[in-house]
Design a protein around this ligand. Structure first.
Ligand code: G6P
Ligand code: MN
Length: 444
C-alpha cells in the first residue's frame, strides 16, 4: 500500500493536535509513513512535537515523526505540506489589532490595516517557503490555511504558478454547517452557491436535494428574529456569538444574500471599534486561552508519558483540510469553496482576481464553478477589495510606500487617506525588521 510523507509548516501551532487527529482518522485514504513538524520557533515545536510523538506512538506507531526548524529537511520527499504559518506570532497579531484601534479603525487579524500588516510580514516568509518548495518538493501538494489567505493566494498566483497550492478557509464550511443545522438538514444534503473573496462574500442559493432553493425561507426566518443554531467548535463558542448574531444585522441591511460573518468589519466599523478594547484584542484573548490550554495540555501529556486521557479536540478545522486530501487522492470529488483566479467565473471582476466560489476538488486539482453576473453592490465591493489585495502584494514586492498607502486608503475599513497614512506610519515602526522596507516614493 502506498504510504505518504506529510509536513505541517507552522507545526508549533495550537491547531496541530486537531489536524493530526483528523489525519489519523483518515488512515484508510491517507496512510502516513512520515510526519514532519516544521516551525521557526524551536521551543514551541518541541513542546508540540512531544505531544504529537505520543499521539502517534499510541495510534500509528509505524509513522516516523520528525520535528525540525530546517526547511530542506522538512520539504524533501514530501507528498503533502499543510501550511499554517503566523509570521510574527500572536504578539505581532496583537499589535496588528491594537494599532488601527488607536486610530479609531477596526483592529482585526485579516480585515483592514491589521490584515495588511499581517500580509506584509507573511509575504517574505511565503516567498522563502515557495522558493524552497520549488527546490525540494516541486511536485507536492500544498494546502494552505495561513492568513490573510486572499493576499497570500494573490502572491502565489504571481510568484509560484508552477507549484500546486490550495488556499483553504474554514469559515464558509463552518457557516454552511450552521445554516444546515438551522434548516434542520444534513450539510451533505444541501448544495451551496457562494460568491466573493476570502473573508468577504455571500451565499446566493442553498439548494435542497429536490432542487428547491431553501435560502429564501431561511432568510425570512432569520429576518423574523430566529437565531442561527450553533454547535460547539473552536470557532463557534461564546466568544463568537456576537459575530454570528451580527450576521442577521448584515442580512437585515442587505437581504439579497446571506453574508459571510467577516463582512461585519466592513459594514459596521464604528460598532466593531466601540466593542473592542485597544489594550486587549482578540489576539490577547487567544494568548490567554487557546495558547495556554493547548500547550499546558501538551506539557501535561508529555510529563505523564501518555495521551490516553487527552481531550485536545478534533473539529471542523482539521477534518476540512483532510477532506481536501481525500479528494486529491481519488476519493469522491469535494464540492466546497475554493480560492482561485477568477478567469471569468464572476462577471465584471478582473480575470486575475482571487475569488472565493464553489468548485470541485478532485485528483486533478480545482475547478471553480461559473457564477456569472452579480449585482452592482457586491461586484463593486469585490473589485475594490481585490484592488486593495493586489496593491498590498505590489507594495511588498516593489517596496513601495505609495502602493501601501493606496492599498490602505482603498480598504473600506479606513475612512480617509490621512488616517491611512497615520496607521501606515505606526505599522512601519512596529514592524521594523519584519516587513519589506517601504521606500518613501511620495513627498512628506
Ligand atoms: C476562522 C477563520 C480563520 C481565522 C480564525 C481566527 O477560522 O476562517 O481564517 O484565522 O477564524 O480565529 P481566532 O480564534 O484565532 O481568532
Ligand atoms: Mn479563514
Amino acid at each position: 500500500m502506498k504510504t505518504y510523507h506529510l509536513t505541517i509548516i507552522g507545526g508549533g501551532s495550537t491547531y496541530t493536535p486537531g489536524i493530526v487527529k483528523s489525519i489519523l482518522d483518515a488512515h484508510d485514504v491517507l496512510p502516513l509513513r512520515k510526519l514532519v513538524l516544521l516551525d521557526c520557533d524551536a521551543e514551541r515545536v518541541a513542546r508540540m512535537g512531544g505531544f504529537v510523538r505520543l499521539l502517534l506512538a499510541a495510534h500509528a506507531p509505524e509513522v516516523e515523526v520528525v520535528v525540525t526548524t530546517d526547511r530542506e529537511q522538512a520539504f524533501s520527499g514530501m507528498d503533502f505540506l499543510f501550511a499554517q504559518i503566523r509570521s510574527g506570532g500572536l504578539p505581532m497579531r496583537a499589535l496588528d489589532e491594537q494599532i488601527p484601534l488607536r486610530h479609531g479603525v477596526v483592529g482585526q487579524e485579516t480585515c483592514g490595516p491589521g490584515g495588511f500588516a499581517f500580509a506584509l510580514r507573511s509575504i517574505p516568509d511565503m516567498i522563502e517557503i515557495g522558493r524552497d518548495l520549488r527546490r525540494y518538493a516541486p511536485d507536492a501538494w500544498v494546502l494552505n490555511y495561513s492568513n490573510p489567505a486572499a493576499i497570500l493566494a494573490e502572491l502565489w498566483r504571481r510568484e509560484f504558478p508552477d507549484l500546486k497550492c490550495l488556499f483553504i478557509c474554514d469559515m464558509p464550511i463552518v457557516i454552511e454547517r450552521l445554516l444546515a443545522m438551522t434548516l434542520g438538514v444534513e450539510h451533505a444534503d444541501l448544495a451551496f452557491d457562494y460568491v466573493g473573496l476570502n473573508h468577504f462574500g455571500w451565499w446566493r442559493h442553498i439548494w435542497a436535494r429536490d432542487g428547491r432553493d431553501v435560502l429564501p425561507g431561511l432568510r425570512a426566518r432569520l429576518l423574523g428574529g430566529e437565531k442561527l443554531k450553533l454547535f460547539e467548535d473552536e470557532h463557534v463558542n461564546a466568544d463568537w456569538i456576537p459575530t454570528f448574531e451580527r450576521l442577521s444585522k448584515t442580512l437585515g441591511y442587505f437581504p439579497e444574500f446571506i453574508p459571510n460573518t467577516y463582512l461585519q468589519y466592513y459594514f459596521f466599523g464604528e460598532e466593531m471599534v466601540a466593542e473592542s478594547r485597544p489594550d486587549y484584542t482578540r489576539a490577547n484573548r487567544v494568548m490567554d486561552t487557546r495558547e495556554k490550554t493547548v500547550f499546558a495540555e501538551c506539557d501535561r501529556c508529555v510529563a505523564a508519558g501518555s495521551v490516553a486521557d487527552s481531550d485536545l479536540a478534533r473539529g471542523v478545522h482539521g477534518d476540512f483540510i483532510v477532506d481536501h486530501v481525500r479528494a486529491l487522492l481519488g476519493g469522491a470529488p469535494l464540492r466546497t469553496t475554493v480560492n482561485v483566479p477568477n478567469r471569468g467565473a464572476v462577471k465584471g471582476v478582473p480575470d486575475e482576481a482571487i475569488v472565493e466560489v464553489h468548485g470541485l476538488v478532485s485528483t486533478h486539482g480545482v475547478e471553480a464553478f461559473a457564477v456569472g453576473e452579480v449585482p452592482h453592490f457586491q461586484r463593486a465591493l469585490m473589485v475594490q477589495q481585490n484592488a486593495y489585495e493586489q496593491l498590498t502584494v505590489e507594495a511588498a514586492l516593489e517596496n513601495s510606500y505609495s502602493k501601501a498607502l493606496q492599498a490602505l486608503t482603498l480598504n473600506r475599513t479606513v475612512p480617509s487617506a490621512d488616517v491611512a497614512r497615520a496607521i501606515l506610519d505606526d505599522l512601519i515602526v512596529a514592524n521594523q525588521g519584519r516587513w519589506p522596507v517601504l521606500e518613501r516614493d511620495i513627498a512628506g
